[in-house]
Design a protein around this ligand. Structure first.
Ligand code: SBR
Ligand code: ZN
Length: 235
């Protein structure tokens, strides 16, 4: 007898049907082929300043976790961003189900255990994040590659709250001082390219800035991230 084979394609391959942007010319993530990257030339330095003492919310959006900055002031400018000033809207992470394959971007074909995204929007040109999210120069995302190593103290301020947001839509607000700049690597060399949101609607509105140096997080911190987002606890 013939076994009915139902191939359920719910991943990126079907996104094009619902989100025409996903068929675009600047889709993210990409594999960074380091030999083809040009040197930065005379780009101005990338500069950032974040607010530390304000209430933040950790949300379970249904994949990994997201920290909302709740509109508090911050600035990202310079580098590939021309003369525009961008503001941090939220930051979130992407983990894989198995250690060592969670990152979205790969470097010379190599994946990392996870990837942190600090999402900024262009306040020089647009009036809201949602408006900016639809514009080619609307967003700038700092990408940080995560690898298993020593425990990350700043990230732990979020990881220790994960048990309280086990289900999709859960949200917990905390006011412990936290400096997003401490999530970035010590050396700030980066690759940059014009890309898109990596999740639907995959809008081509992101100037990607991916730091070359990975940041270390402990195996326990990866496990905690995984156990709340892999066993379907957040559905
Ligand atoms: C942005 C909004 C929801 N998506 C995001 O905020 C988002 C941010 C960063 C990434 S990543 N992984 O690339 O850093 C992915 C998604 C979708 N959305 C809602 C209204 C709206 C209007 C135009 C375009 C998109 C719009
Ligand atoms: Zn992301």
């Amino acid at each position: 007898y013939l076994v009915p084979v139902v191939i359920l394609i719910v991943g990126p391959a079907t996104w094009v049907e619902k989100f025409p942007e996903a068929r675009g010319t600047r889709q993210s993530p990409v594999d960074i082929v380091t030999s083809r990257a040009s040197s930065g030339g005379s780009a101005p330095p990338l500069v950032w300043r974040y607010s530390v003492n304000h209430p933040r919310s950790v949300v379970n959006p249904g994949y990994c976790w997201r920290v909302d900055e709740n509109g508090y002031d911050s600035e990202l400018r310079g580098g590939p961003l021309g003369s525009d000033v961008y503001k941090l809207q939220q930051w979130h992470c992407h983990w894989g189900s198995v250690n060592g394959e969670g990152s979205e971007h790969t470097v010379d074909g190599r994946a990392f255990s996870g990837e942190l995204h600090l999402v900024h929007w262009n306040t020089s040109k647009y009036n809201s994040f949602t408006e900016a999210a639809g514009q080619p120069d609307g967003l700038a995302v700092l990408g940080v590659l995560l690898m298993v190593g020593s425990k990350h103290d700043e990230l732990d301020k979020v990881v220790r709250l994960l048990p309280y947001i086990q289900h999709k839509g859960d949200k917990v607000t905390f006011s412990e001082p936290l400096n997003p700049a401490n999530l970035l690597p010590k050396r700030i060399a980066y690759w940059t390219y014009p890309g898109s949101l990596t999740t639907p609607p995959c809008t081509e509105s992101v100037t990607w800035i991916l730091f070359k140096e990975p940041v270390q997080v402990s195996a326990e911190q990866v496990r905690l991230n995984l156990c709340y987002y892999v066993n379907g606890k957040n559905v």
